[in-house]
Ligand binder design. Structure first.
Ligand code: SME
Length: 168
């Protein structure tokens, strides 16, 4: 079962995108902005049962977990590029929508409750710099409208990526 949220309504993607944009603009810095963005996604959408951002580390070989919100932490805090659904999306730069994670041999299991997953790469200056990873407790919890929405969120998140010279 998906988790309860305060409100959901048609047009919610548009409202949430504006809220993410305003929240990032008002945040004290990139860490706070990223944290608030994942909270908004989790709080607004009952089918977004675990929401996290992975950033590609400077060497370009691994994804490292950044801000996340959900009932439990994941053991997968570092994922090699090319491994799992997360690593596949980072390697290809393409959004992955997995209706049934149990049927995808690439899937790295995090939570026993997860049935479906969406991973949306974050592009910046022509490169993949990170991704949004969302797990759903229902099969086929995500569709093309989620992909379109999250690709717009990803564009807002791109400037927040940690840089080598900045603490995160
Ligand atoms: N399931 C992902 C790993 C990350 S957890 O879902 C948080 C994967 O297959 O890459």
């Amino acid at each position: 079962m998906s988790h309860p949220v305060a409100e959901t309504a048609p047009g919610e993607h548009v409202d949430a995108l504006a809220l993410v944009r305003d929240t990032i603009a008002a945040a004290a810095g990139p860490s706070e902005a990223g944290r608030r963005a994942v909270e908004i996604l989790y709080e607004r959408f009952p089918n977004y049962d675990w929401v996290g951002i992975y950033w590609i580390e400077p060497s370009g070989t691994e994804l490292v977990l950044g801000p996340w919100t959900g009932p439990e932490p994941t053991e997968h805090t570092r994922i090699p590029i090319g491994t799992g659904i997360c690593g596949a999306a980072a390697a290809s730069g393409q959004t992955e929508i997995i209706d049934d994670v149990n049927l995808d041999p690439r899937y790295l299991a995090c939570f026993t409750t997860t049935r479906s997953e969406i991973v949306v790469p974050i592009h910046h200056e022509g490169k993949v710099v990170g991704e949004i990873d969302i797990d759903g407790n229902d099969p086929a919890a995500f569709g093309p409208p989620d992909a379109r929405f999250l690709e717009e969120v990803a564009a807002l998140l791109a400037p927040l990526r940690p840089r080598e010279e900045e603490p995160t």
